[in-house]
Design a protein around this ligand. Structure first.
Ligand code: GDP
Ligand code: MN
Length: 303
């Protein structure tokens, strides 16, 4: 039979503007997923960016937990894509990893041990890169990295972040919990990977083996970086911006041109940084900048 005709794209016609809805810009939401949380899916469904402009991409490990998560995810995708038109997404891709994740427990305590970070985050980088390079399209204007355990965001997350017109922009990732003393609902910072660099951290890096990585949020390694997690001060000033040198990937909006320029998640120490923090460094070396919104919160699942 006939082969399809050549498809031509003029990348200049793919706009990336502070008014992405007005300009009908396609957003690719990318989620590495080790576990499926219904609250993640429900929050995703509540995003009020037009779903016909949202493409979804998932990557799941090929282990027992990954199999279970894939089954749950597929069920929700099938239901949504057969449901009301306004809920249906533009496209959905579900991928299974072609390499084994490190044999580490997904338990929070084990996952966050300092000695496990290099292999764990190298593996996460490879998962993110596989997902990115197989799904980024010529029509993609924005990439929203959204972890599978982000269970609460404002419904206007995409357009709110895009309105800042920044190459990389990251909200503040918190976690809700019940205060054991008062029994009342409370919240605390969760993601410590969004930071401004410090002279101490630079000195640590200068003395480090190039194959070692600096980690944030560990008592064993005091960096004195300024963490966005602790910069939240005013609920009513969600638009306050701060410049950043490292970002976390729990929720992160990236102009697709940054990835198209070649910025990815280094699965190796890059300037002693790895994964999303290494990505920030790479984007900066390509001439882009990173911005944080300390008062704009999204919430991580409480395990
Ligand atoms: P933490 O919140 O910093 O502890 O990091 P997580 O363990 O939550 O991992 C970040 C994101 O990657 C979450 O969406 C996880 O579901 C997902 N994830 C974790 N490990 C793997 C893995 O081995 N493969 C894939 N594809 N996703 C993973
Ligand atoms: Mn997480």
């Amino acid at each position: 039979g006939d082969r399809p005709p050549v498809r031509r794209f003029n990348l200049n016609n793919v706009t990336i503007t502070p008014d992405p809805i007005g300009n009908q810009e396609v957003v690719l939401i990318l989620t590495p997923m080790a576990r499926f949380y219904q609250e993640y899916w429900d929050n995703l469904m509540r995003l009020d960016y037009p779903h016909d402009l949202i493409s979804l991409g998932f990557i799941l490990p090929k282990n027992k937990e990954g199999n279970a998560a894939t089954t749950s995810l597929q069920a929700q995708v099938a239901k949504t894509q057969k449901g009301p038109l306004k809920d249906r997404f533009r496209s959905v891709v579900i991928e299974r990893q072609d390499f084994d994740p490190p044999i580490l427990s997904q338990d929070e305590g084990e996952r966050h041990k300092i000695e496990n970070q290099k292999v764990r985050r190298a593996s996460m980088s490879r998962a993110r890169n596989s997902l990115l390079f197989t799904t980024l399209g010529a029509e993609t204007s924005w990439v929203l990295w959204l972890d599978a355990d982000i269970i609460e965001t404002p419904p206007s997350l995409i357009q709110d972040l895009a309105a800042h017109d920044k190459p990389l922009i990251v909200p503040n990732c918190y976690q809700r919990y019940t205060d054991p003393e008062t029994g009342k609902p409370a919240e605390r910072p969760y993601d410590f990977n969004s930071w401004q660099d410090s002279p101490t951290a630079q000195e640590i890096a200068a003395k480090m083996d190039p194959d070692d990585i600096i980690l944030e949020g560990y008592r064993e390694m005091a960096t004195y970086r300024a963490l966005m997690a602790y910069m939240a001060d005013r609920e009513d000033e969600r638009d306050v911006e701060v410049p950043l040198d490292g970002v976390g990937g729990t929720a992160l909006l990236v102009k697709a041109d940054v990835h198209r320029d070649g910025a990815m998640f280094p699965p190796f120490p890059f300037y002693n940084l790895i994964e999303t923090e290494g990505f920030t460094k790479m984007a900066k070396r390509l001439g882009w900048s990173a911005t944080g919104l300390p008062n704009y919160k999204v919430y991580h699942y409480n395990e």
